[in-house]
Structure formats: C-alpha cells, structure tokens
Design a protein around this ligand. Structure first.
Ligand code: SF4
Ligand code: SF4
Length: 403
C-alpha cells in the first residue's frame, strides 16, 4: 500500500480491483478482503473498462489488476491480461505471493500469466501478511519471479520507527544486501531515459508506507504509530487522479488508499456512466487537484480553516493517508469542493488586499515550511482557479454551503 507521491508526475494507471476475495485476512486490510469475501467484478464489466480505457485521452499507460488477490482467479486474469495486452497497455498484478506455497504450481501460474501478457508484479509483504503466509512462501514466490525475469517490487507497511531495510530483512530472513529501497520517482526517470539498472531484477526493491486506519486496520488502534499533524510535510500526493481504481461493484475511486472508504473519493460508477465521463469529472474536482498540488497536510489545514470543528486530532495520525482521510471524512464530494473553492477564493482576495495596502506581503507560516511546497505560487494557483469560471466551479449554492 503505497501512500504519497512527490513532484514527479505519475504516469496514468488504471486499477481494476477484480476481486475482494483473498486467501488470507490481514488485520490491516483496508478493504476487508478475505477467504469469505466473494465480491468480484463481472468479466464483461472488467473487459468493458479496459476497452473504454483505450479510448481515453490521455490514455493510461498501465492496467493494474488488484484485489483482494487477483491471482486466485488465473483464468479470468489471463483473459483480462490478454485484452489489455492487445490494446497496447502495460500490465501489473498486485499479489501477496500466496502462490509461492508450492514451487511447481507457483511457477506454472506465473509463466502462464507472463505468456498472457503480464509485464510486472508488485508484492505486498509485512508483519501483518506474515501472520498468515510464512516467510518461506514469500521467499519462494520472489525467487520464481526473479527466475521469470520480473523486477521484484515489494510494498511493505511499517508501524514503527527504524530502518525499513533492516526491519524487512529480519522479518523475512532475506539478507540486507539483497534489499534496496525503491525510489519510484527515480524509477520513472530511469524508464523514461532507458537506464533501468540490472539490480532491479536481482534484488528486493522495497517501498514502504505507514498504516491507514481504515477497514480492518481501524479495529487495531494499538498498531497505529501516530504522529502529530505538524510532523507531516506539505508534500503533494500524485496518487490521486493518476491512479484511480474501479471496485468490483463498478464504483470509480480517485485513489486506492482512501477510495471506497471515504465518500468524497468516489467519483461515480462505471455501470452508470462512461469511463471517459468519470475521468473528466475526477480531473476537475478541486479536492483532488488540491491534493496533487499542495498535499494532504495543506488539505487538512484548509478544510479545518473553513470548518473549525474539524481541527487536527490531538491523538495524531498513523500516516499521511490518515491525514488526507481525516481531512474530508464524513463530507460529501460537493461539500469538500465547496470548502476548498471558498478557501482559495479567500486566499486570493486576502492576497490582493495585502498587496494593495502594504506592498510585498510577509510569507505566511505555511509558506515557510521546509518543503517549500506551499509557497508564493500558492496565490498564483488561487488566481488561476479563481480566474476561470469553469475551473472555479463556485456558485452561490456552493458558497452557501460553507459560509
Ligand atoms: S491486505 Fe492484501 S493480502 Fe491482506 S487480506 Fe487484504 S487484500 Fe489480502
Ligand atoms: S489517501 Fe490521500 S495521501 Fe493517500 S494516496 Fe490517496 S490521495 Fe494520496
């Protein structure tokens, strides 16, 4: 479960959450997956989504099959990989590596999917997965993946301070020399310049994040390693909008981490509207553009400024996604956008007042943040948003909601 992004523009990916079924039931699972959760996407719907994705402009570079555990349905996956492949998409599967239980069947399964068009794999592994899948199962799965020539990228959840490589090495019995931290931004640049290093397919490339207190994770608050809001930076998140995901029931979510659990991240349903329509709406939502540009911490502060009852939680937050989720939890999409539109308008007007009265203005506290993300450009963006009625999307109705 990867959390937040940086200044590098993420290539567009579309996630198909094909199933909620999973052979295990991790305590931190945000979507309540498990052996008894049979919610799965109808094949016709999954095929239609991939076909419609090929007509988008810009079109996604990659179709990502996620769950649950999509590799529990190899025949369906094979067919969908074939459709995606024929339409020229790169493909990725997110897996917990359960198929490493048996070397021969695991190998057959992975080679079969590779033949069907699977390009890359993302593993999920951490102390919560380890409660169900022994370390040797994971080790066997990554050896099969290496043998087949896949880069092994592992997403892991940490809920304690410490060196992620050392912690993961201890948990899974893999020497630290075989683990390197995965820098996705660097990887994106390397792919763009065709300079991907060979060690990518010879090592565990570890990407780490913290817990999001949603789904089953909410039942284990003692597992949450919390930090005050002030401990989080103003780094923008590029996951939202660039990595939307479609749930088994067809609901279209602007990001995987909060999507499906927080109302404001649901854009609509592919059963009722075209994918192009949903993408268009997602791209114009102030909420998501705000996160892309200013990040979850600024989002939290802006919403709290407009609704003081939503000030920061004295107990802190388990992750940057937790900050993002807390900012808009309980609000519908329209209310979130209205609050942010109003906040931007307020900043824009304040800026004009300050410059008219006193020349150059003093930077506000947020602008002095070490990340420098909320900087002078903030007001320029406000001006841009306020400048175009189409972008601003503000109406008397929406202002009435927040005043
Ligand atoms: S976290 Fe992943 S592996 Fe664990 S139950 Fe949820 S979907 Fe399955
Ligand atoms: S929950 Fe917020 S911070 Fe986390 S990935 Fe989604 S948009 Fe980014």
């Amino acid at each position: 479960m990867n959390a937040t992004g940086t200044d590098v523009q993420r290539p567009l990916e579309l996630g198909i959450m094909f199933t909620h079924r999973c052979p295990i039931a991790c305590r931190h699972c945000g979507i309540l997956s498990g052996p008894d959760n049979f919610d799965s996407m109808a094949m016709e719907l999954a095929e239609r989504c991939i076909t419609e994705a090929a007509l988008l402009d810009p079109r996604p570079a990659t179709i990502v099959f996620t769950g649950g555990e999509p590799m529990m349905y190899p025949q369906h996956l094979e067919r969908l990989l074939g459709v995606a492949n024929q339409l020229g998409f790169a493909t990725r599967v997110i897996t917990n590596g359960f198929w490493g239980r048996n070397q021969a069947t695991g190998r057959r399964l992975l080679y079969r999917l590779q033949l069907a068009g699977l390009d890359s794999l993302n593993f999920s592994a951490d102390k919560f997965h380890l409660e169900f899948l022994p370390a040797e199962v994971f080790r066997r799965a990554i050896e099969i993946a290496w043998e087949a020539g896949f880069p092994v990228i592992v997403n892991t959840v940490l809920n304690m301070p410490g060196d992620p490589v050392a912690l993961f090495s201890r948990l899974y019995g893999i020497p630290t020399e075989k683990i390197r931290l995965f820098d996705e931004d660097e990887f994106i640049r390397q792919v763009a310049t065709d300079t991907v290093p060979p060690e990518l397919t010879q090592m565990v490339n570890l990407s780490f994040g913290r817990l999001v207190g949603l789904g089953r994770a909410a039942e284990y608050p003692e597992e949450h390693y919390r930090s005050d809001l002030a401990a989080y930076t103003y780094t923008p998140c590029q996951e939202v909008v660039h990595r939307p995901v479609i749930y088994p029931d067809g609901s279209f979510q602007a990001c995987c981490c909060a999507g499906g659990k927080i109302a404001s991240f649901t854009v609509g349903n592919v059963r009722e509207r075209s994918l192009a329509d949903l993408f268009d709406e997602m791209r114009t939502r102030t909420h998501f553009r705000f996160i892309n540009q200013f990040g979850p911490r600024a989002l939290h502060e802006a919403i709290a400024e407009m609704s003081p009852e939503r000030s920061s939680d004295p107990d802190g937050y388990a992750s940057i996604c937790d900050v993002c989720v807390a900012a808009t939890k309980g609000l519908c999409a329209k209310d979130v956008d209205a609050r942010l539109d109003h906040w931007l308008l307020k900043r824009f007007l304040e800026k004009d007042e300050i410059s008219a009265a006193s020349g150059p203005r003093r930077p506000e506290p947020a602008e002095r943040d070490e990340e420098g993300v909320i900087a002078a450009g903030f007001f320029d963006t406000g001006r841009r948003l306020a400048g175009s009625p189409e972008d601003m999307k503000i109406s008397t109705g929406s202002l009435e909601n927040v005043i």
